[in-house]
Design a protein around this ligand. Structure first.
Ligand SMILES: *Cc1c(COP(=O)(O)O)cnc(C)c1O
Length: 378
């Protein structure tokens, strides 16, 4: 059994995907082929945002956004304490200081109350200039943008939506990647919309930022790539990946629906037995991960071990809170209020297999093993 079943997806759509790849091989324009612009148009339309700028991966996308805003030394950037490392890694990459913020105990997304406390802490007790909130749509559910936007407006901060996991999710029908001043996603194969290698994209309604991002992603180009008006990056999406994504986006909404059905079945079987994911009213998750929370860390490890013995993969996203990562040792800050919720979840969370191609029978097999282990605990 696969943790995220990419093989069944390919088997099902092999004909169209092979044809798309072959046409790039025949064209032989592996960089800047017409599929890249075509994909950007499709993605912008899908999200209902004016500009989509593709790039090499989701990490570069975050960094490019901070570069376009001129974030650097002396700036504070607020990042949830419970996320993939890249959400925070890009902050010191541009010379700024990450401030890690505790999460909501139900959604595992950044807590708006804790965010405001962290901003006040930075204003009152540091020399840093608060500039950006990186809000992550963790496991597929969009962050609480209603409250995050109120806070951003109050303190004049920019919102960078990290929708690497949230692409395909929505709030009241409004799609993920439309909530940030700039929003980003990743097309890493296991993400909700994955390509066959690395890939990423940025979204914004702002014309000036869009132009800057297009420059920064190709060596700070001016008129063309041999006219360099700023120091940038080499961060383009391959034509091959764009061609694959153009095919995959055609059945993407159907896959999100199937993932939601799989999550509903998991919930039905596990509700009352372990803590199941909480999706708030009006929110739709893209189910990048289906993550349960066990009573304690030994039980989490036992469930993981027994599943593995039965040939069922599971994964711990995430084992370590951001503020305890060695890489941030000398620069990070959690403010005064700490990150207790995040630390507790790291000890007890477990992500189960999730994909559009998971059968109800497979789900019931997984949930019956977990139920049995929970019963044995008494
Ligand atoms: C995967 C991921 C990224 C980075 O994306 P890459 O394409 O792997 O660079 C950033 N943020 C989050 C939350 C992610 O899950």
């Amino acid at each position: 059994m696969e943790f995220r079943d990419l093989k069944r997806q390919y088997q099902l759509h092999k004909k169209e995907i092979d044809k798309a790849i072959e046409s790039v091989l025949m064209q032989a324009d592996f960089i800047n082929g017409h599929q890249v612009g075509q994909l950007e148009e499709k993605l912008a339309g899908y999200v209902s945002v004016k500009h989509c700028i593709t790039c090499a991966n989701g990490t570069d996308a975050l960094q490019l956004a901070l570069m376009a805003w001129g974030i650097g030394k002396g700036d504070a950037v607020f990042v949830p304490d419970f996320t993939f490392f890249a959400s925070g890694e890009v902050v010191p990459m541009v010379g700024a200081t990450p401030i890690f913020v505790d999460i909501d105990a139900d959604t595992y997304n950044i807590s708006p109350e804790r965010l405001e406390q962290a901003i006040q802490y930075v204003i009152q007790q540091t020399d840093l200039d608060p500039r950006v909130i990186i809000a992550v749509d963790l496991f597929g559910q969009p962050a609480d943008y209603t409250h995050i936007r109120q806070i951003a407006d109050k303190y004049h901060l920019l919102i960078l939506e990290d929708a690497a996991q949230g692409f395909g999710g929505s709030i009241g029908g409004k799609k993920a990647c439309s909530f940030g001043d700039i929003s980003t996603t990743s097309f890493f194969p296991a993400k909700p919309l994955g390509c066959y290698g690395d890939g990423g994209a940025l979204f914004t309604d702002n014309d000036e930022w869009a132009e800057l991002l297009r420059s920064y992603r190709v060596h700070g180009k001016g008129e063309d790539k041999y006219d360099n008006v700023r120091v940038g990056m080499n961060s383009r999406l391959d034509t091959l990946q764009a061609a694959v994504l153009i095919e995959k986006i055609k059945f993407f909404d159907e896959e999100i629906s199937l993932c939601n059905q799989a999550a509903d079945e998991y919930n039905r079987q596990l509700c009352g037995i372990v803590k199941v994911p909480v999706v708030k009213e009006d929110m739709r998750s893209s189910w990048a991960q289906y993550t349960i929370c066990l009573a304690e860390s030994e039980q989490r490890n036992r469930v993981m071990r027994v599943l593995r013995e039965e040939g069922i993969p599971s994964a711990i996203y995430y084992k370590k809170p951001m503020h305890l990562q060695k890489a941030f040792e000398l620069m990070s800050d959690c403010g005064e209020q700490g990150c207790d919720t995040s630390m507790g979840i790291c000890e007890r969370c477990l992500s189960l297999p999730m994909s559009a191609y998971l059968s109800m029978k497979e789900i019931r097999n997984i949930t019956s093993i977990i139920s049995k282990l929970e019963n044995e605990r008494g």
